[in-house]
Design a protein around this ligand. Structure first.
Ligand code: H2U
Ligand code: ZN
Length: 345
């Protein structure tokens, strides 16, 4: 067995069929570059200037209702719209364009401006999961929608515009290419082996436990073998489910508990409000069963060695392939070591 704790090597992501270069010997290199502002949770329960707080007005003048649980509204600056006219352009196969329709929504997780998923009660996160499932069904049933992407950008470092706990949903006419890669890989794996790629992968990971961060009866969170971001996490349902709409009440509660634990462990790692982009990958819209699809979430957090030093995707990574210094195994061990109880609670 090769020693991948010592020597440079590359690892394959079977979901995208792309490689990541791992250079474990390089983790000790000095850092004299950019230092980020350390993120801490917002201090105010209600911010009169926040466009997501209950009762406040948004751009364009709409006023948020005095909501108590979650709030969903159409994005006032939607990337995609249902009204876009159909057109296509192709010049010599070199200048190619297609119109793209869609719908974009914003989901507030809580009326409390100062909370994050990590500091919300599991029952409150359960309400967010119910909202996500309802939106997935509703948007996915629209004739102009082919794929529904639910995601959360957390923290200024990830380009989040507001500390108020919220996520977004971008539903598009076609499958975006990151999803299309996973679609292909899962279908072809199933055709070749007669089983599910992520069911098989999860069984393999649970045999050693080396990269598993935490799990319960229905979900498991692990640093995938092929992780790109330092503390990347893949959240996988233990049962073969293709979408968030297929989880029953017990499974949704289990998912809420694990979302809370993942985000809590993240915050505890550097005692800050840990930034990340996270989102669900699930079966495309349109009513077909998409048997090969296995529901999962990706957490892509940028922090590398402290609350103020992040990983950059530049140079070689933009030109060639992603690269990481700390191994997935050591990242998982560090996330297991920190407490499951939030440092501020
Ligand atoms: P981010 O923080 O992830 O950028 O999400 C905030 C979204 O909220 C963003 O997409 C929308 C922005 O377009 N928004 C509104 O819909 N109305 C507003 O009044 C401000 C921001
Ligand atoms: Zn707010």
């Amino acid at each position: 067995m090769a020693d991948w704790t010592q020597h440079p090597h590359r690892r394959l992501n079977p979901l995208t069929r792309e490689w990541v270069l791992v250079s474990p010997h390089r983790a000790q290199r000095p850092w004299q570059g950019q230092v980020e502002r350390e993120a801490q949770p917002a201090a105010m329960e209600y911010d009169p200037k926040c466009y997501l707080c209950p009762g406040n007005s948004r751009s364009g003048g709409t006023r948020n209702v005095a909501y108590a649980g979650t709030l969903v509204f159409d994005n006032d600056f939607a990337t995609l719209t249902a009204a876009t006219p159909e057109f296509a352009h192709n010049e010599s196969g070199l200048l190619v364009a297609q119109s793209e329709r869609g719908s974009c929504r914003v989901v507030c997780f809580s009326p409390r401006h100062d909370l994050t998923l990590a500091r919300m009660a599991a029952a409150e996160i359960r309400a967010v999961i119910d909202t996500w499932a309802k939106q997935y069904i509703e948007l996915g049933a629209m004739p102009h929608i082919g794929y529904v992407q639910i995601f959360e950008n957390r923290g200024e470092m990830m380009g989040c515009s507001n500390a108020h706990p919220h996520g977004q949903i971008w539903a598009s006419q076609r499958m975006p290419h990151e999803v299309a890669k996973e679609d292909r890989a899962q279908i072809e794996y199933r055709e070749a082996r007669g089983s599910c790629l992520l069911c098989d992968y999860l069984a393999l990971e649970r045999r050693t436990g080396e990269r598993v961060v935490c799990e319960n009866e229905f979900f498991a969170a692990l640093v995938p073998f092929w992780a790109i971001w330092p503390f990347e996490i893949l959240l996988v349902s233990r049962g073969h489910r293709s979408g968030i709409d297929q989880f029953d009440a017990v499974e949704r509660n289990a998912m809420a508990a694990l979302l809370k634990e993942i985000t809590t462990r993240y915050d505890n790692l550097f005692e800050c409000s840990f930034p990340y982009s996270m989102g669900f990958h699930q079966r495309p819209a349109g009513g077909a069963s998409h048997e090969a699809w296995h529901f999962h979430a990706h957490f892509y957090p940028p922090l590398l060695r402290s609350a103020t030093v992040r990983k950059f995707m530049v140079g070689y990574e933009l030109l060639c392939q992603p690269q990481r210094d700390i191994t997935a195994e050591s990242a998982a061990a560090r996330l297991r070591e920190v407490a499951a109880k939030h440092y501020l609670d």
